[in-house]
Design a protein around this ligand. Structure first.
Ligand SMILES: *[C@@H]1O[C@H](CO)[C@@H](O)[C@H](O)[C@H]1NC(C)=O
Ligand SMILES: *[C@@H]1O[C@H](CO)[C@@H](O)[C@H](O)[C@H]1NC(C)=O
Ligand SMILES: *[C@@H]1O[C@H](CO)[C@@H](O)[C@H](O)[C@H]1NC(C)=O
Length: 443
């Protein structure tokens, strides 16, 4: 911190005050008989703060248990901050603020070492674009182990950070610190950039240790931040294969991709504002998985939504953004599928139902009232970047695509019939005649 003392007298006063304060603290500690452990964590946090000041960066607290203690005014009110070394405390640094990446080694590590931190770098030796960066630093001074991750700018106002497990020596490094792996967040992640503000640890200078402005929301998002990068190796390998013998109208393809991007970004705005998760599904997911792009000869955009999340406000929200409801099939508890039109681009929204150990969505034939059922293995949702947008996909992407398109998912199909072509389609009876008017609606 850049402040100056007016005179030596001030310094003495402050020093005396400081010593007095320390004695006072010591008495409190002795009186409470409470482990000196928490004092150490506070000292360690202050030392970490000094490091961040020296390196000109702000450290974000990522540790959910620490964020959970923040109260009004971003005060850390609970003074029993006890962190055994087996349970590391997570922090992050916005790496775009570190102009020259060799500064990481040149400054942060020596700065930690000079404050008696034991330091270990976690390194990704594979070919990811940030591999010249460590994924994280492990640092320990007294009792607590700190994990400092590096956040990298990504599309759609996001921050990316790498998976600690990419380091081939990760287990050995954890062991050196006595860290229990089950206590560490291991995944590669994508987070929407958050606003932040300084925290206030009574009696300590932690002015460069900041917290996400909305810690509760942040904790929720952090837990579900697992990220999967589109596999460009696969895309390159299949590129030649997919274009073979095809007359791809390049201009139409570019135009179509722009429209899909526009539609998906509006859909994302609407669903995000309702806090309803959705994922790209069917043909849109196949295009992503096969070549990290839109299938040039496809005609619509497909997304999945959990049926439990259905509400009329989804329709109202989309319509307000000029995405007009065109077809309604099924009812909210059975085979719900909604089709919308955005200019002349179709958006299919499939609602997914959980059943025992599977997930399924339904289809309905407009003319006959026949029902169909598409069965998928259970899946979780992960983030990816598709067309420059932060979007969800089923984490078990290949299983999902295989369930839908069969083992030959990578072979382009020229003639596609939604009732018979999918690998996972089953006939599912007919809608009763007296129900048809309500379960099949054309707008
Ligand atoms: C980064 O810093 C190192 C060490 O000072 C220096 O050798 C290197 O040229 C710098 N790189 C850039 C891109 O400024
Ligand atoms: C990417 O795809 C290729 C080819 O299908 C595969 O061999 C490789 O393991 C994939 N990479 C990742 C990180 O999944
Ligand atoms: C769905 O709800 C309707 C009433 O709204 C009911 O008649 C129907 O049996 C339900 N279907 C299923 C599969 O539970």
């Amino acid at each position: 911190m850049a402040f100056r003392f007016k005179s030596r007298l001030d310094l003495k006063v402050i020093a005396c005050f400081g010593i007095g304060f320390l004695v006072f603290q010591l008495i409190i500690v002795l009186l409470l008989g409470n482990a000196p452990l928490f004092g150490h964590v506070h000292d360690d946090l202050e030392a970490l703060n000094d490091v961040s000041i020296e390196c000109g960066v702000v450290l974000f607290v990522f540790e959910p248990s620490l964020l959970g203690l923040l109260r009004d005014g971003y005060k850390l009110v609970d003074h029993h901050l006890e962190y055994p070394s087996s349970k590391p405390v997570s922090f992050a640094v916005d790496s775009s603020l570190i102009k020259n990446s060799s500064n990481v080694y040149r400054k942060i590590i020596p700065s930690l070492v000079s404050r008696k931190f034991l330091v270990e770098t976690v390194i990704d030796s594979s070919t990811n674009p940030y591999s010249k960066w460590p994924i994280a630093l492990l640092a320990r001074r007294n009792s607590a182990t700190f994990v400092i991750r590096f956040l990298h700018d990504r599309e759609d106002n996001s921050w990316w950070f790498g998976s600690l497990q990419k380091d081939p020596n990760f287990n050995r490094k954890l062991e050196r610190f006595g860290v229990d792996k089950s206590n560490v967040f291991l995944e590669e992640s994508l987070l929407t950039k958050f606003k932040s503000r300084a925290i206030n640890l009574k009696g300590y200078d932690t002015s460069n240790i900041w917290s996400p402005k909305y810690p509760v929301e942040f904790i929720k998002e952090f837990k579900k931040s697992k990220f999967i990068e589109c596999n460009q190796t696969r895309a390159k390998a299949l590129e030649h294969f997919l274009e073979q013998g095809r007359n791809v109208d390049k201009l139409r393809a570019v135009h179509f991709t722009h429209k899909v991007h526009k539609l998906l970004s509006v859909v994302k705005t609407v669903f995000d504002s309702l806090r309803v998760p959705f994922w790209i599904s069917s043909g849109t997911l196949l295009g992503y998985f096969r070549h990290c792009n839109v299938i040039p000869h496809s005609k619509d955009v497909d997304i999945g939504v959990f049926a439990d999340d259905f509400s009329e406000s989804i329709i109202a929200g989309l319509e307000r953004r000029k995405i007009k409801l065109h077809l309604w099939f099924g009812e909210s508890n059975d085979s719900l599928e909604l089709s919308f039109l955005y200019h002349n681009l179709k958006l299919d929204v499939f609602f997914f139902y959980r059943e025992d150990r599977i997930m399924w969505n339904g289809g309905t034939q407009l003319k006959s009232g026949k029902k169909f059922k598409y069965v998928f293995p259970q899946f979780d949702l992960c983030w990816t970047i598709f067309l420059g947008l932060k979007l969800r996909i089923p984490c078990e992407t290949e299983k999902y695509v295989k369930a839908n398109y069969g083992p030959n998912w990578f072979i382009p199909v020229v003639y596609w019939d939604w009732k018979t072509s999918p690998y996972n389609v089953h006939q599912n009876g007919d809608w009763p005649l007296d129900k048809r008017k309500s379960v099949i609606r054309v707008y």
